[in-house]
Design a binder for this molecule. Structure first.
Ligand SMILES: *Cc1c(COP(=O)(O)O)cnc(C)c1O
Length: 464
């Protein structure tokens, strides 16, 4: 179908997520028709580097033969059957593989291993499952009153109402306030703009003390602390200082609340290790995984819990202790087959070792970038990075929102063949783990050019 016609149909019928559709309708959309490796191609034949892994999901590039084959192979058997009342081969095999991987990756003395896999469809549902599980765990244990959660300011855990209730990004979440349950919030470890007005060199992580103060006062009301380990991604690529994550786990233990690790963005190698919790020897009570789990192919998620939690739900039929939660596509066979292929690829391609030199390239570039006049801060954890643009570097004054500085950089670099999506004025860089050093270097230099040319030259008007 020709470009013009498709573009018109898109504007007429498709309501895009997180998008001001009035603006969207004013420009011609880029319509993607094909992908190969870390590149995506639009309908006019232009190729772009997929610089944000198709919104943080892609690991091994597009049309990866092994994943394609696994999906085709599964299609020749069955696409989907339910986990309500039936078991399925791919969901069994994937669960076993995930547990082995989690046990190998996350080890800590005196912390029990994650052993029980609950399937759902996407990151938000994995978080809903974790919240309901944690809440009901305490009820089954005979502990009442733990009716809420503690999360961080600037947290992002998904867009369903439970996940939004523990979210902390005002522009996404504030409008829905009347619909949300109350939760406790503690400061984000956002050192560049410290909520407590302190300096990292001398703060002794006062943000953790603030969390402790809340737990001291309210732990009898709190079922769990939920965090994005190491990197608050959607909140603006906020990388926690070393010691923050393990500090949170210590506080959870001390005050008798569960720890839920939302590794939906950080999981599957993004931070340079398989799971970010491993960076500080943390083993949560519940972990949420999605995004990279199928290599960016299909919607699938898991919420994995310890036996302590699982066992609390056991009982006689009449006691009605079972976990009342499930989705139509829970444990989807094609998704699970893709995920097994992804785990095979991590082994076969030794992905994490090959990632190391790329992380070094990224780190060196991020350091160098600080020389630019309007780059206020650069932050990263492994291969996920953010570049915060500011109007005034001395005062850290942000650009006015209407300037759409982040967007202008992203549109400029799109013309240079790189697709990115910013978070306000934070330029997010998160290519597929499989990107070559050559393509990574090329992408970074184009991004650098665009940042310099957009922020250091007089502004022109541009849409979106
Ligand atoms: C993306 C994301 C989610 C939500 O996942 P969806 O699949 O978009 O529902 C939750 N938590 C974190 C940390 C994420 O990055």
């Amino acid at each position: 179908m020709d470009y013009h016609h498709l573009g018109e149909l898109d504007r007429k019928y498709v309501w895009h997520p997180f998008t001001q559709m009035k603006e969207w309708a004013e420009v011609s959309p880029v319509i993607i028709t094909e992908g190969s490796g870390c590149f995506i191609k639009d309908i006019s034949g232009r190729w772009y580097i997929d610089g944000v892994s198709s919104l943080w999901v892609n690991i091994f590039g597009h049309r990866k033969k092994e994943i394609d084959d696994a999906i085709k192979g599964q299609l020749d058997r069955i696409a989907h059957s339910t986990l309500l009342g039936l078991a399925g081969e791919p969901s069994i095999l994937l669960a076993e593989r995930l547990i082995r991987l989690l046990r190998k990756s996350l080890i800590a003395e005196s912390r029990p291993p994650l052993l029980r896999v609950f399937y759902s469809d996407n990151g938000s549902t994995a978080v809903e499952v974790a919240l309901k599980m944690a809440f009901q765990y305490w009820l089954h244990k005979g502990v009442t009153g733990k009716n809420t959660f503690l999360s961080l300011n600037r947290a992002y855990h998904g867009d369903t109402l439970g996940a939004v209730s523990v979210g902390g990004i005002d522009i996404f979440h504030a409008a829905f306030n009347p619909l949300l349950f109350k939760s406790f919030k503690s400061p984000a470890p956002y050192c560049y703009r410290c909520e407590l007005g302190l300096d990292r060199a001398s703060c002794a992580m006062a943000c953790l003390s603030e969390m402790e103060r809340q737990l001291e006062e309210h732990s009898h009301e709190i079922a769990a602390v939920i965090i994005e380990p190491k990197m608050q991604a959607a909140g603006g690529m906020i990388a926690a200082p070393e010691g923050f994550l393990i500090g949170v786990q210590r506080l959870c233990t001390k005050y008798g609340v569960l720890l839920i690790a939302d590794e939906i963005a950080t999981g599957f190698g993004r931070t340079g290790v398989m799971f970010a919790c491993a960076l500080e020897g943390v083993v949560p009570d519940i972990i949420c995984l999605s995004k990279g789990i199928t290599g960016g192919y299909l919607p699938l998620a898991v919420t994995v819990a310890t036996d302590e939690i699982y066992n609390a739900f056991l009982g006689e039929y009449g006691q009605m202790k079972q976990f009342f939660h499930g989705h139509s596509y829970t444990g989807n066979a094609i998704g699970c087959a893709a995920a097994i292929a992804v785990l095979d690829l991590f082994d076969k391609e030794d992905t994490l070792n090959h990632l190391m030199p790329k992380i070094e390239i990224l780190d060196r570039w991020l350091k160098r970038l600080l020389r630019l006049k309007h780059v206020g801060d650069t932050r990263s954890a492994g291969s996920m990075a953010g570049v915060e643009l500011v109007k005034n570097k001395e005062t850290r004054e942000a650009y006015p929102v209407e300037d759409k500085t982040g967007w202008r950089v992203v549109l400029d670099v799109r013309d240079k063949g790189v697709f990115l999506r910013p978070l306000g004025d934070c330029i997010v860089i998160m290519p597929p783990l499989s990107i070559s050093e050559e393509n990574l270097t090329a992408m970074l230099s184009r991004i650098e050019d665009s940042i310099a040319s957009v922020t250091e030259k007089p502004k022109e008007n541009s849409a979106i």
